[in-house]
Design a protein around this ligand. Structure first.
Ligand code: C2E
Ligand code: CA
Ligand code: CA
Length: 738
């Protein structure tokens, strides 16, 4: 084969013989070992596969006529790609025994094994095939040329893949190790000499090459290190190298700033434009495959940094430490600053880390686009930077989260939030941003270094759970609370799987005629020890993990079926109210789930009502309005739960086409003889009626509350005055008792 690229050989079709006879130490071949006690099989196999070239490499056959001979060959020739192995030789199981030795004793895991047997119908045990990674199994009668070709090709492909994976792993390991070793070397010369040795080791060849570097004075190239036949060239200008081919390659490499791969040599470029330019020339009598090339690429990138250059290093630092959107320090930088502040004990007293999370940023991004979102982030960053004292560090940590580091009195939540009330001007629009804050005093954090940022994040999560625009200070108990939540979540998942959850039902009564008009389904978790865990504990955990989606799906179906059972017992006028969390609405399958529950249970949709909490519903307006519309189209009705505790406006209520308002327990509790205490409940009733809604009061505990609510015109009531939530059987009994 010719060395000269572009000499037109691609037009000549070489016969396979010319390749085989041309086999030198450097031509790459596939070694195939045939193990069989019948010489005929050897001949037939070789004959069938003669001229075969797979991925540009010819096959070279090795022959063994017994298990012992095969072992001999395997020990002397390490890179056998595939073995065509006779199962039955001297003994019934010679082949299988050989496999065991190959895989277990010789630890040759890459070589592919194709089993062959003379007796059709005789198959080795499945266990052998599974345990010893056998590629294929063929009877000898199947040894037609095409079948054999397909089998061997497949085996070689998979051998090569295995090799590639392994080589990649080995190569990267060498790179990592050698980079570390190289960094420890002082001075360009020893470093350059190290580079040659390491590359040679990486490629598994003898070190034979040189490194040249561009001189700062005149830009000329000079050899700084050499190995093998290039040792004499050290310190000489490249132009004076005896072999003009080498000088040419080096010049070309430096100019194009690219690695050059030739059939006889490889020239590597090290370093970017700010570095002294460096190139490495290596005698490599074999063509590098893709893997080797990409490993070298990684190596060069790694090594380039080693030619210590302050400019490059500081530039890298710049990229690594500044957030491009706000031009503020990024998370890496912030974490470093926090860690060094932590390391200064006298600063601890009042130092504080605060995380600031913009409210509704996702919705703003969706509504106005990402460009607007970026501008908003930049404006927020600017406002914080401009209005907070210069000693305070302002950074952008991720998405819509900013980090602040300063003295506690400089980071007072009110003061920080005020920075955003500007309002900010973005694209000529005025925007008022609000945020939620989590803060942690350094002395409160029990962790080390930047752990205080994690603690502030815990506080932020806590603040978000409470409400938006709020803030929370980290308390050491929070870490415990998080662990508790995780433990509870695990227990809850198990409980859900093992049916420890059940639905209980609380009656809803018409205030006008005291009839039972419906029931609300409420989840109960009976732990194995027997105690009941209240939903207020486990529903928020399920919501935060998404488990609520599955749990809610179950509750919805179960409630539908329960009502069907009540209906067949004669209670045909009852309505079923089911609580639905926002997380369930966000599930794209919610509507399908609802449909399916109705279809499977055969429950008339008018008998079902979904309860949504007000504060939750006000979060994602568009999504919610659309979904509500579709729910209403099914004939299912919707109630706003806990009304009065959120902050929805009238217009918002009007847009939402809901059927029922549920006055929150907190206002019902206030209902007493004093007129002023009744006012909120009264307002809600009037408001609901004005909007054409039914109004139901929850948490009614006394006859007085019942009577006052009836006087206000409230339609329905639910509460312990009538009944607590109870299991289905108890409810049936309760209903029967009237
Ligand atoms: P909620 O929807 O506001 O449910 C009413 C809660 O008030 C129930 O608590 C009920 O037992 C309680 N209650 C009823 N009458 C009285 C009374 O006269 N006085 C007092 N003090 N309390 C009364 P429960 O069953 O502990 O449920 C708590 C919350 O858990 C529910 O509040 C609801 O938000 C959530 N939840 C319960 N089941 C489910 C469910 O299946 N899915 C979803 N997503 N949430 C559920
Ligand atoms: Ca409810
Ligand atoms: Ca409620």
């Amino acid at each position: 084969m010719s060395d000269l690229p572009g000499s037109g050989d691609e037009l000549l079709v070489f016969g396979a013989e010319s390749v085989a006879t041309d086999e030198t130490a450097t031509t790459r071949v596939w070694h195939i070992l045939i193990v069989d006690d019948e010489p005929d099989v050897h001949q037939a196999t070789e004959f069938a596969l003669v001229d075969t070239v797979i991925q540009g490499r010819p096959l070279v056959f090795l022959h063994a006529y017994s298990g012992a001979e095969a072992l001999q060959v395997l020990k002397t020739i390490p890179d056998i790609a595939a073995i065509l192995l006779d199962v039955v030789m001297e003994q019934e199981d010679s082949g299988l025994r050989l496999i065991k030795v190959i895989r277990e004793d010789l630890k040759m895991t890459d070589v592919r094994i194709i089993l062959r047997t003379g007796q059709p119908g005789y198959a080795p045990e499945v266990e052998a095939i599974r345990d010893y990674d056998i590629n294929d199994y063929k009877t000898k009668s199947e040894l037609t040329r095409s079948k054999l070709y397909a089998t061997v090709t497949a085996a070689i492909r998979s051998y090569e893949q295995l090799k590639t994976i392994q080589a990649g792993r080995d190569g990267l390991e060498i790179i990592v190790r050698s980079s570390a070793e190289l960094m420890a070397l002082q001075g360009l010369k020893s470093f350059a000499a190290g580079v040659i040795t390491q590359i040679a080791a990486l490629l598994g060849v003898e070190p034979e090459g040189l490194v040249c570097a561009q001189e700062e004075s005149d830009g000329g190239l000079r050899v700084v290190a050499g190995a093998g036949r290039y040792t004499d060239s050290i310190n000489r200008p490249v132009s004076e190298l005896p072999d003009p081919r080498v000088a040419q390659a080096l010049l070309h490499c430096i100019e194009s700033q690219q690695n050059l791969y030739d059939t006889r040599s490889t020239t590597l470029f090290l370093g970017g434009e700010t570095l002294t330019r460096v190139a490495v020339f290596l005698d490599l009598p074999l063509e590098l495959d893709l893997l080797d090339r990409s490993l070298l690429q990684v190596f060069c990138a790694n090594i380039a940094v080693g030619f210590d250059n302050v400019t490059l290093f500081s530039r890298l630092k710049g990229v690594a430490y500044v957030d491009p959107v706000t031009r503020l320090p990024n998370r890496n930088r912030f974490v470093e600053l926090v860690a060094s502040a932590m390391a200064e004990p006298q600063a601890h007293g009042q130092s504080c880390v605060a995380l600031l999370d913009l409210d509704n940023f996702g919705a703003i991004n969706d509504a106005f686009g990402h460009r607007f979102g970026d501008l908003l982030l930049a404006a927020v960053g600017q406002a914080l930077r401009a209005q907070l004292p210069p000693e305070v560090v302002v950074a952008r940590l991720s998405g819509d989260v900013f980090g602040l580091l300063g003295a506690a009195d400089q980071l007072a939540p009110q003061a920080v939030m005020q920075c955003l009330e500007g309002p900010l001007t973005i694209d000529g629009r005025f925007v008022v941003a609000t945020a939620t804050m989590g803060l942690c005093l350094m002395r409160e954090s029990r962790g080390e270094g930047a752990d205080v940022v994690k603690d502030a994040n815990l506080a932020l999560k806590q603040a978000k759970m409470q409400s938006r625009r709020g803030h929370a200070w980290f308390r050491p108990e929070m870490a415990q609370q998080v662990r508790d939540r995780i433990r509870m979540l695990q227990a809850l998942e198990l409980a859900f799987k093992t049916s420890e959850l059940s639905l209980w039902y609380q009656p809803q009564i018409s205030l006008a005629d005291h009839r039972v008009v419906g029931v609300e389904a409420l989840m109960r978790w009976r732990a194995p020890e027997g105690q009941l865990i209240p939903p207020d504990h486990f529903i928020p955990v399920a919501e935060s993990s998404g488990l609520i989606v599955e749990m809610g799906r179950w509750a919805l179906r179960e409630a539908c079926y329960a009502l069907m059972r009540l209906r067949s017992g004669g209670w045909t006028q009852l309505r079923m109210s089911v609580n639905v969390s926002m997380a369930q609405f966000r599930d794209p399958n919610f509507l399908a789930t609802l449909n399916q529950a109705l279809a499977d249970s055969q429950l008339p949709p008018q008998m079902l009502e979904l309860e949504v909490t007000e504060s939750v519903a006000s979060g994602e307006m568009t999504l919610f309005v659309e979904l509500l519309d579709q729910i209403k189209q099914l004939g299912v009705s919707v109630a706003v739960d806990d009304f009065g505790t959120g902050y929805s406006s009238l217009s918002y209520l009007q847009t939402l086409d809901v059927d029922t308002l549920k006055i929150d327990r907190a206002f019902v509790r206030e209902v007493s003889d004093s007129a002023s205490a009744c006012r909120i409940a009264e307002m809600v009733v009037r408001l609901g009626h004005e909007l054409g809604m039914r109004v139901i009061a929850e948490g009614v505990e006394t006859p007085a509350q019942r009577d006052l609510l009836a006087q206000m015109g409230c339609d329905e009531a639910q509460g312990w005055h009538y009944a607590k939530a109870m299991p289905e059987a108890d409810l049936q009994a309760w209903l029967r008792a009237g």
